[in-house]
Ligand binder design. Structure first.
Ligand code: AMP
Ligand code: GLY
Length: 424
């Protein structure tokens, strides 16, 4: 029996809390800082994800056995390393890579070098710093439009620019190097544009073995038909029709196994999740990006499809015993439909009372950005609630989520009604 602390406050963390809550291995569950939804499953601790001292104290006070880190920021900042370095925390397992391995997400240049070194299929690229601007400009000229420019460091999902015009791309490259994204764009990865359809593949690893979790596809744009601005994610579906057995075998052989083997060869300790952001170019998988955590909102669909004890998998990842574990997948489809605040991803208001949560049937309402205000569940972010459902088909699962999306209400509520449109 274990006490578990989940670090994070989004829909991903609520969905993980829901899954962990079902484990016979769980004693007590804590979430830092959590949200209104997670407080119904465990105890929220008002400590932020980057407050390492606060997290350490919370772990000791609550006799935590295992810490599951949801978002990338504390991993890239070295939360795991911080626990390892403290002799009073030696018995606490942390699921999530240490700072060095977290560079797979924290530095696009590190990730590209890793992929090239281990022959993992990815777009051609050139890393550019201010001192190497002329090389970068020359590389751009060898590429065809559109041009892909990526800030090397974490930029909260905003660091990728895709530009049609060469002159504009040259100008943007200079602006990025001049600090458009702060320190994150002191280095810029200029990349070949890949065209195809994307999907998200997840593996859990102990650094030696891995298990592949259900594949998903997320919808990033605010508008229907994938139009308008990028968001944190408007919904997700799992499985993904085009990611069939043949495709997934290629993914495992060319991408997942070489990645885990590559980490071993490079002697990079790594446990936790690897999120492979993939693009299928004529049925050939290529890596667009690595993330060192689960996806959000993909997790809100993926958790529904994991039948096995999730805590047992987390223990396997932390203890190096993943080879002894099995993962059983639910054959049903699962989807997550995100309800967002009016105006998001631009400016939006918080504190709108959310009604109808008690009327949800045949779906799970995973809170993404909510908090209690005067006893009422209120909006507290751009992405507010993910409504996750099962179905015997993607469309049946979507219908379940949409019917519950109508029952939940708050001023300004918006959601995309066309999820899966590109897959039918
Ligand atoms: P990232 O922040 O790396 O996930 O990039 C954001 C989005 O930009 C991805 O989800 C893709 O849709 C797109 N993107 C990134 N790199 C490329 C590329 N080389 N070719 C085409 N699209 C890309
Ligand atoms: N849904 C994409 C991400 O979590 O980065």
């Amino acid at each position: 029996m274990m006490n578990i602390l989940i670090v994070g406050s989004g829909g991903r963390e609520h969905a993980m809390a829901w899954k962990i809550k079902q484990s016979p291995k769980l004693n007590q569950l804590f979430i830092a800082p959590g949200n209104a939804g997670t407080s119904l499953l465990g105890t929220n601790i008002p400590v932020g994800v980057s407050d390492f001292e606060g997290l350490k104290t919370a772990a000791i006070e609550n006799k935590i056995d295992l810490v599951l880190v949801g978002p990338e920021v504390p991993l890239c900042e070295g939360l795991h390393d911080c626990f390892l370095a403290d002799s009073s925390l030696q018995n606490i397992k942390v699921v999530g890579p240490q700072k060095f391995g977290a560079q797979l997400e924290g530095s696009k240049d590190f990730a590209k070098e890793f992929m090239i070194r281990h022959q993992i299929p990815t777009a051609k690229y050139c890393s550019v710093t201010a001192g190497k601007l002329s090389e970068g400009l020359a590389f751009l000229k060898t590429m065809k439009a559109p041009y892909v420019l990526k800030a090397d460091g974490l930029a909260a999902g905003k660091g990728v620019l895709i530009i049609d015009d060469l002159a504009e791309a040259e100008k943007s490259l200079k602006e990025m190097l001049d600090g458009q994204f702060g320190a994150a764009s002191q280095k810029v990865v200029v990349e070949e544009f890949l065209s195809g359809i994307e999907c998200s593949v997840f593996a859990i690893t102990d650094g030696n073995d891995y298990k592949i979790l259900p594949v998903a596809k997320d919808y990033k744009r605010i508008g229907e038909g994938d139009s308008g601005l990028n968001t944190g994610g408007m919904g997700a579906i799992s499985p993904v029709p085009f990611a069939d057995e043949v495709f997934m075998q290629k993914v495992e052989d060319r991408i997942i196994r070489p990645t885990v083997e590559g980490l071993k060869k490079d002697q990079i300790p790594y446990n936790g999740f690897i999120f492979f952001g993939l693009i299928s170019c004529d049925n050939e998988p290529m890596v667009i990006e690595y993330n060192v955590r689960m996806g959000d909102p993909e997790t809100e669909a993926v958790m529904l499809r994991i039948k096995s004890d999730f805590v047992d998998l987390l223990i396997g990842a932390a203890d190096g015993t993943l080879a002894e574990k099995t993962i059983e997948i639910d054959e049903r489809n699962a989807v997550a439909v995100m309800l967002v605040s009016g105006g998001y991803p631009g400016p939006y208001e918080k504190g709108k009372v959310i009604s109808g949560l008690e009327m949800v049937e045949n779906s799970f309402a995973f809170h993404a950005g909510t908090s209690f205000r005067n006893g009422a569940v209120c909006t507290d972010g751009g992405r507010v609630i993910a409504i996750s459902s099962y179905g015997n088909s993607m469309d049946e699962a979507l219908l379940n989520s949409f019917s519950n999306a109508e029952k939940i209400d708050f001023e300004g509520k918006y959601y995309r009604k066309d999820l899966g449109f590109d897959l039918r």
